[in-house]
Structure formats: structure tokens, C-alpha cells
Design a protein around this ligand. Structure first.
Ligand SMILES: [Zn+2]
Length: 101
């Protein structure tokens, strides 16, 4: 049986990204630097293997400082209803992320 190596690699990378994002979320409250290190490692794996980060993961991390954005803990969330987007403000670096709805 012939298995496409690229598909197999992609599956492994997705699984690894899920594990690393889970770990980053778990330790975000206790050790912020370790959490950021997990996110940087996750981004490095994704870049190296040319696999896109899932949308849920990409929307859950700060682009500037690699913090995990957890509402109430590491992010401030508000709705800009007139502009039709949700604003996630990172509490570590104050960078805003706009998610349109
Ligand atoms: Zn940030």
C-alpha cells in the first residue's frame, strides 16, 4: 500500500500543533514565557513544514508577542458593533486583533 508522504507529514504536523497549542493554553496563567515558547515552536514547525495554522489557533495567539489570547486572562475583548468586528487586545503588548463577523 502506497501512502502519500506529504499527507502523512501534514497529519503529524496538525497533531503536533494541537498538542503545543493545548500546552500553551494550559500554562498561560502560570508561566507566560513557557507559553510563548510553545507558541513560537508551533509557528516554527508550521513554517518549516509549510502547513497553515488552523483558524482557531491563528485567532488565539498574538501576532506581535506570541501570547495565547485568553479572554479575561491575557486579552481584553470588546465588540465594535458599528464596524462589525470583535477586538482582542493583548494585555502583554497592547496589540489589537480584529476579527470580523
Ligand atoms: Zn501581544
Amino acid at each position: 500500500m502506497q501512502v502519500n508522504k506529504r499527507i502523512l507529514t501534514s497529519e503529524i504536523v496538525k497533531e503536533r500543533i494541537d498538542v503545543l497549542f493545548g500546552l500553551a493554553k494550559e500554562c498561560a496563567a502560570t508561566d507566560g514565557e513557557l507559553s510563548r515558547e510553545y507558541v513560537r515552536h508551533m509557528k516554527k514547525i508550521s513554517t518549516h513544514c509549510r502547513t497553515k495554522l488552523p483558524k482557531a489557533v491563528k485567532n488565539g495567539i498574538c501576532k506581535k508577542c506570541d501570547s495565547v489570547l485568553i479572554p479575561g486572562l491575557s486579552a481584553l475583548v470588546r465588540v465594535a458593533s458599528s464596524k462589525r468586528y470583535v477586538v482582542y487586545e493583548c494585555l502583554a503588548c497592547r496589540t489589537e486583533k480584529h476579527l470580523h463577523y
